[in-house]
Write a protein that binds this ligand. Structure first.
Ligand code: EPZ
Length: 425
């Protein structure tokens, strides 16, 4: 079994370039099926979620070729099936974007219900609300989602929940619907703006992405397009928090600082020194850390995807910190693992109370989601002793060559193969 091995008591000192945003790319790749033209997408992260999506696109009949670096060409003129292979789709959460895309292209889609994961229930009721409003019939049959529409017509959709996935999925289905669609209470994440920019590059008419009201004027055809995926703000924030937690220094480059405003603001509250440039941020963690109150919220709130890494940082800030998870109801699975390292964390509903300022002691950790896994690497770097982290497949879903990236930052994180499972696991 693969694991990551970190040496403890290390200080980050180095520079790292941030890759393309996973949560934009996993929607932009399927969106390329909406056109029969060829598309060129650059700055793709080399992560397993992207690899799986490419396999799905090929299984649907798309011609996919990689060119130098991080660029891909997709020609989906020969795609004629509305049902991706369940084996490829089953446990892959972001496969739900294939619903909006195949519905938008063929007026029909059959796909397994997207799997949940370790963040608690992952309903898709708001996605279905949008598709239904656009005129589709939706059936759930033995774990299969069957959606069909004679014709998709624009609608006024008011989301009950601010949902990144539902906002994007409805956009994908609406760009070729007849007439105008309005999505109210839309999510405002930068990744949504990036998807909208890609759709418009193909000839769609989407306005308002990044605000809570998105308007889409349906078009009959989409054409070819070129697009470069925006930098991954969550990957950037992960490295920034790691530098702060190890009391080290890092230069994180190729970012869009605006996308990191909530993270920069909160790290400054913790006492971390940050210098922000046009497309970089310099982190200096050599200062006294203070306890803070963090609440995750949809963008531009503090991102839920950095809740776990932030929790590790707060174990090092002397005093009592509060971390409230307002987006997902089950996103504290990493707490028990951190407590094995001696972290003093109490859970009360959606709030974690962290008594910071105490050393962590290394312990075998099992990642159950990608952000919790990234947090365990940070915990391993600051703890006393060597830490073995399993569940590396979760981390690889969203972080490209994570051990090499941390090595660039001057610390020892190694990928190893171990034979035995941890006792008692
Ligand atoms: C996206 O997930 C991201 N994944 C998540 O990143 C991210 O944590 C999340 O947005 C919030 O920012 C991708 O983009 C692939 P939501 P998504 O719909 O779209 C509830 C990572 O680590 N909800 O915004 O699934 C839902 O239960 C991943 O990169 C409904 O109730 O999240 C949650 O409580 C983890 N009904 C809240 O909304 C619905 O129909 C926000 O979920 C949809 C969602």
């Amino acid at each position: 079994m693969e694991c990551l091995l970190t040496k403890g008591k290390q200080r980050i000192k180095g520079e790292v370039r941030v890759n393309g945003a996973k949560n934009a790319a996993v929607a932009i790749l399927p969106a390329s099926l909406l056109t029969e033209g060829a598309v060129r997408i650059d700055n793709l992260p080399k992560i397993t979620d992207i690899g799986r999506l490419v396999e799905i696109l090929k299984a649907l009949g798309a011609k996919v070729t990689f060119s130098e670096g991080r660029c891909i060409y997709i020609d989906s003129s020969d795609v004629h099936t509305f049902s991706p292979p369940p084996s490829l789709v089953n446990t892959f959460r972001a496969s739900y974007y294939l619903m909006g895309v195949l519905l938008g292209r063929f007026g029909k889609v059959e796909i397994p219900m997207p799997g949940g994961c370790d963040l608690g229930p992952r309903p898709i009721d708001q996605h279905i609300k949008g598709f239904t409003a656009l005129g589709a019939q939706v059936e759930l049959e033995q774990g299969l989602v069957k959606i069909k529409a004679k014709k998709l017509r624009g609608a006024h959709i008011y989301l009950d929940v601010v949902s990144v996935g539902a906002t994007i999925n409805i956009m994908l289905a609406a760009v070729k619907a007849e007439g105008k669609t309005v999505i109210e209470n839309a999510a405002k994440e930068p990744e949504i703006v990036d998807v909208a920019n890609f759709l418009n590059a193909m000839g769609a008419h989407v306005v308002g992405a990044g605000t809570d009201v998105i308007k889409i004027q349906g078009v009959s055809e989409l054409g070819q397009a070129e697009h470069t995926v925006i930098p991954d703000r969550i990957e950037a924030g992960t490295f920034m928090i790691a530098a702060a937690a190890t009391r080290g220094e890092a230069l994180v480059t190729d970012i869009i600082p605006k996308h990191l405003d909530p993270v920069i603001a909160k790290l400054r509250e913790v006492g971390v020194q940050l210098e922000v440039g046009p497309d970089w941020v310099k982190v200096n963690g050599n200062s006294e850390l203070c306890p803070v109150d963090v609440k995750t919220f949809p963008y531009p709130g503090f991102p839920t995807d950095l809740q776990a890494p932030m929790m590790v940082l707060l174990t090092q800030a002397p005093g009592i910190s509060f971390l409230t998870e307002n987006v997902f109801e089950g996103r504290f699975r990493h707490v028990d693992e951190l407590k094995k390292m001696g972290a003093r964390i109490k859970l009360g509903g959606r709030t974690a109370i962290i008594e910071g300022g105490h050393e962590l002691i290394s312990a075998p950790l099992r990642a159950m989601d990608l952000r919790g896994g990234a947090a365990f690497i940070i915990a391993g770097l600051i703890s006393h002793g060597e830490t073995i982290i399993t569940g590396v497949e979760h981390i690889d879903r969203g972080y490209e060559q994570i051990e090499e990236r941390f090595q660039q930052l001057g610390v020892s994180v190694e990928r190893r193969i171990i034979s035995k499972v941890f006792p008692g696991k």
